[in-house]
Design a protein around this ligand. Structure first.
Ligand code: PLP
Length: 388
């Protein structure tokens, strides 16, 4: 039987073939410890350096500004807790109301340690107004952390405008770019950020590898303590095969970013058109334009997203809200922050395309979703008439 169409690329992506090749080559031929002075060690160190160059090039950074981490969660923790530890005297942090738990939870941890935390609101499309950040700043603000792209609805934040505010006040800015890096152009200079998080498995590298960009001169303390790897900021022997995979994924992303419109946005928009044509009242969540090119977050009227996805599970693999929160019919915190009512939030489904999503995939997914919605919302005798 055919596998279901995979439309959950915001949860994770399949590992791309060139990434698998790079990792297998490393596993087969590069066995040294990058810290060792001998030839096998130097080979491993050279591979790590090559990957660092590739990741830096993807985001317009210097190689020395890239710290490899075990995942995006760890990069976010290093950014928040590491800046907090390095800025004595400052005890205030600002985040947005739609952050991933990998930012929210370290922020809450700082709050438990006596820090003041301001959570700035978002509008109905999920956007933060730079003026809200400006209004929240205090003389003792150490860091502002606002995500680049939201994992659920895909809304992009006006990071460059927020950076103009934080810079004017000498406050550091971190952005969690786990969802945007590799899907849209991400340039640290254009964004004006001091710290930026990357997640390998969101752009075709394996799970369990991430990176933190740290602008030269940014005060940051280690949160793990050990040997001196990654400039002492992330001690522990490097995961060389995963780093090789991340480097290959970064090179691949740079090559195909110009194709994102055709490969990600067109299938996404076609799916939206097909669904909207047959489902009166289908509502788009998130910003209509300032949004990741692969993300379609829609609310189906009269059903819950969970029921709908269960009904189409043989044909479509997608998510209600975000993968991290699935398992319950509770309203997503992101949709609640956007002021979405409970019925609309319960009908929400996140459909996220990937580089390998094809036209036939979109047809099949649309047909399955439309048929399941019609079955759930129309009594059989009324088939062919609008749902009441
Ligand atoms: N930040 C965002 C925006 C995410 O979407 C995710 C994963 O879903 C993470 C951080 C955490 O990534 P990981 O689970 O790889 O640490």
């Amino acid at each position: 039987m055919n596998e279901p169409v995979y439309l959950d690329h915001n949860a994770t992506t399949p590992v791309a073939a060139p990434v698998v090749e790079a990792m297998l080559d490393c596993l087969r031929h590069v066995s040294g410890n990058p810290s060792s002075a001998h030839q096998p060690g130097r080979r491993a160190a050279a591979l790590v350096a090559e990957s660092r160059d590739s990741v830096a090039a993807l985001i317009g950074a210097q190689a020395a500004e890239i710290i490899f981490t075990g995942c995006a969660t760890e990069a976010n923790n290093l950014a928040l807790l590491g800046v907090a530890a390095a800025r004595p005297g400052r005890r205030h942090l600002i985040i947005s109301a739609v952050e991933h738990p990998a930012v929210l939870e370290p922020a809450r941890q700082l709050e438990r340690q006596g820090w003041a935390l301001t959570v700035v609101p978002v509008d109905s499309s999920g956007r933060v107004a730079p003026a809200e950040v400006a209004a929240a700043l205090r003389p003792d603000t150490a860091l502002v952390s606002i995500m680049h792209a939201n994992n659920e609805v895909g809304t992009l934040q006006p990071i460059a405008a927020i950076a103009a505010v934080t810079r004017a006040h000498g406050v550091l800015l971190h952005t969690d770019a786990a969802q945007s890096a590799g899907k849209i152009p991400v340039d640290v200079a254009a964004l004006g950020v001091d710290l930026l998080t990357i997640a390998g498995h969101k752009f075709c590298a394996p799970k369990g590898i991430g990176a933190l960009y740290v602008r030269t001169g940014t005060p940051l303390a280690a949160i793990l303590h050990g040997a001196g790897q990654e400039r002492g900021l992330r001690p522990g022997t490097e995961n060389v095969p995963a780093i090789a995979g991340l480097g290959a994924a970064a090179r691949l992303a740079r090559e195909r970013l110009p194709e994102a419109g055709r490969s990600l946005r067109e299938p996404r928009d076609r799916l939206h058109r097909l669904l909207a044509a047959e489902i009166p009242g289908l509502a788009l969540n998130g910003h209509p334009g300032e949004r990741l090119p692969n993300t379609l977050h829609v609310s189906f009227p009269g059903v819950t997203g969970r029921e709908l996805l269960e009904a189409v599970s043989a044909d479509v693999a997608a998510a209600v809200g975000s993968a991290c929160h699935s398992g319950q019919d509770t309203v997503s915190g992101v949709l609640a922050a956007m002021g979405c009512d409970a019925a609309r939030a319960r009908g929400a489904v996140r459909l996220s395309t990937g580089w390998d999503t094809t036209g036939p995939d979109i047809e099949r997914a649309a047909q399955a979703l439309i048929a399941a919605w019609q079955k759930a919302c129309r009594p059989p005798a009324a088939a062919g008439h609008p749902a009441d």
